[in-house]
Design a protein around this ligand. Structure first.
Ligand code: ADP
Length: 580
């Protein structure tokens, strides 16, 4: 019921059309009864009646009128069907558009935990295949259920109006349908839930292989990956077959019941004609209408199958549709006046990814305008520490403040808008170099773009590209070297003129000469900026105002380059390895 309420809520603006479409369906199905009604009258009046020949001569106008009405009804039914199909289709497309839009908005607003949890292939399945089942439910499943019910009900009413005993004899067989439906639905439901999971895994495998094609090639793993995909594909088609074939176990019962209807109609109807209880015309009408009972019965398998698929898909969609990001503006969030200054404080901060503790008891003060370097072994928590500033994750204990205010109290837009980040994994969009640099500040003038590129020592190589700043850098920046991508990412981070700049291993792939240029530019930016630099090279960190060493999620040492090389510890070891 919840699913239908959800569909209904997404139908606003189209509800009237949908109701008209359903009314047209009801009319169409009811009209199916009218044709046999006419033929019954024709048989009884003009063929089997004692005065049939006389009737033909005297009331040929009635015959013409009845035949005309039969043709007219069929024509009208076709028009109704066409209009209903149009209305079902426009409504379902409108709902799908609305759901897809809302889903995409919601996915964009989700926090990082969401992306840790859901795989891209799974999200894509929800956005494509699952949504199509929403369309199918509106334009086909509900329509089909309604039509089957109306046809069944209309024929039952008609049968009762002709002969109640005959109708009861035929309906005596119908409880079979309810039992079959109940057991079939129970059996097939988990199969479709499983099928939906298989589809998600299949799409995830495809997505990972396609986006990771370079790694696959580098390791000559094509055969393995093809085999892996093939296995997933086989699992999916196996699950599909299993679910689809389950109906075959129940179908014979339904088919026998449907055939039994004809037998009952022939035997009981035959006896009633001989007894004179019903006319030959009524007998013909019964025979002509037996399919109106049998067809809805035969449809039940398809309806239940489709409905289960829809349920499995809709539940997946709803999970995201109503999913709320835990990291969002609080109602009492405040906006700092003017530009963020850039003072940052970590006070007794602890953070875990699920049950894995990553940072504990972090206390660190960074003054506006300072440059702080973060160093430590891989996995010591450097990236996570910086992510707490922009609220990519929220602390579990303690607090992070920016300009003296707990970041959880600040408006996210202002907080994140004031932070420029160049992350470890550089992702460039399929856009021009210019578009990529201006990503966070789309209206920026051309000279500003060039200036940012110059800060990142990228202007030179960009101008050498085939179309300079207008060169499209392909998906994920294919066609550029790692160092070039890093420089564009740095220019992109600088383009927002951030109050806080976070560089996560941003110069790891550039040569020493370029790094020197970048460091010089960073010292001479034309806007005030607090810089947090995660780096492994001493050359990147030695000029920092403060170097913070992280070890297993805690700060093990803090000092300047001169101070740290004086004492035993991680920094001195790295210094000796790199510089002596
Ligand atoms: P560093 O930047 O120092 O290499 P990170 O902050 O990236 O360290 O990671 C610290 C620890 O947290 C590592 O053990 C890593 O495996 C774990 N980790 C990082 N990101 C996630 C995540 N999204 N989900 C679960 N664990 C994570």
């Amino acid at each position: 019921m919840f699913l239908f309420r959800w569909l209904w809520s997404n139908m606003s603006g189209y509800r009237g059309r949908y109701i008209i479409a359903m009314l047209l369906s009801v009319c169409c199905q009811s009209m199916y009864i009218l044709t046999p009604l006419m033929s019954q009258r024709i048989v009884d009046t003009f063929i089997t009646a004692d005065n049939a020949v006389e009737m033909l001569r005297l009331r040929s106008d009635l015959l013409i009128w009845m035949v005309g009405a039969m043709i007219g009804f069929t024509f009208l039914r076709s028009i109704f069907q066409y209009c209903a199909a149009m209305l079902y289709e426009t409504t379902s497309q409108a709902v799908v558009y609305r759901v897809r839009k809302k889903l995409y908005e919601n996915i964009n607003l989700q926090d990082a935990t969401f992306y840790d949890h859901y795989r891209t292939g799974d999200i894509m399945t929800r956005m494509s295949g699952d949504i199509d089942w929403v369309r199918h439910s509106i334009s086909w499943i509900i329509k089909n259920v309604l039509e089957s019910l109306v046809l069944f009900a209309a024929s039952v009413i008609y049968f009762f109006s002709m002969d109640a005993l005959m109708a009861v004899c035929l309906l005596g067989l119908t409880p079979v349908i309810f039992f079959v439906s109940f057991f079939f639905k129970k059996k097939v439901r988990p199969m479709y839930v499983n099928l939906r999971e298989r589809l998600s895994e299949l799409n995830t495998a495809a997505e990972e292989n396609i986006s990771g094609n370079r790694v696959v090639k580098a390791f000559a793993r094509e055969d393995y990956e093809i085999k892996r995909f093939d296995e997933k594909s086989l699992e999916y088609s196996g699950a599909n077959k299993k679910a689809a074939l389950t109906w075959l176990e129940f179908y014979p019962i339904i088919e026998i019941t449907a055939q039994a209807l004809t037998v009952v109609q022939l035997v009981v109807g035959g006896i009633f004609v001989i007894n004179g209880r019903i006319s030959i015309g009524e007998f013909t009408a019964f025979a002509g209408l037996i399919w109106t009972l049998a067809n809805p019965m035969r449809n039940i398998g398809t309806i239940i199958n489709d409905f289960q698929r829809f349920t499995a898909s809709a539940n997946k969609i709803i999970e995201i549709y109503y999913g709320k990001s835990k990291i969002a503006d609080r109602e009492d969030a405040v906006e700092l006046e003017g530009r963020i200054n850039g003072d940052i404080s970590f006070k007794d901060v602890s953070f875990s990814y699920g049950s894995t503790n990553v940072l504990h008891d972090i206390n660190l003060d960074i003054k506006a305008g300072e440059t702080v370097a973060l160093m430590g072994e891989t996995g010591s928590g450097k990236t996570t520490l910086t992510e707490l500033i922009a609220r990519i994750y929220d602390v579990d204990k303690g607090q992070v403040t920016v300009d003296g205010k707990d970041v959880r109290m600040l408006k996210l837009k202002q907080l994140r808008g004031g932070i420029g980040v160049a992350t470890q994994d550089v992702l460039l969009y399929s856009d021009t170099v210019d578009g990529n640099i201006a990503f966070g500040n789309t209206g920026m003038p051309e000279e500003e773009v060039v200036k940012c590129a110059d800060y990142a020592d990228a202007d030179g190589f960009i101008r050498k590209l085939s179309e300079g700043y207008d060169t499209i850098v392909g998906e994920r920046g294919v066609g550029l070297s790692g160092g070039q991508k890093q420089r564009i990412a740095l220019a992109r981070a600088l383009a927002v003129k951030p109050s806080i700049l976070i560089l996560d291993d941003t110069t790891s792939a550039v040569d020493m000469e370029t790094e020197k240029h970048i460091q010089k530019s960073l010292r001479n930016l034309d806007f005030p900026c607090t810089k947090i630099i995660i780096a492994q090279r001493i050359s990147s960190t030695k000029d920092a105002d403060k170097i913070v060493i992280l070890k297993d999620g805690t700060i093990s040492d803090i000092g300047t380059h001169e101070e740290l090389i004086q004492r035993e510890g991680y920094y001195k070891e790295v210094y000796q390895l790199q510089c002596q």
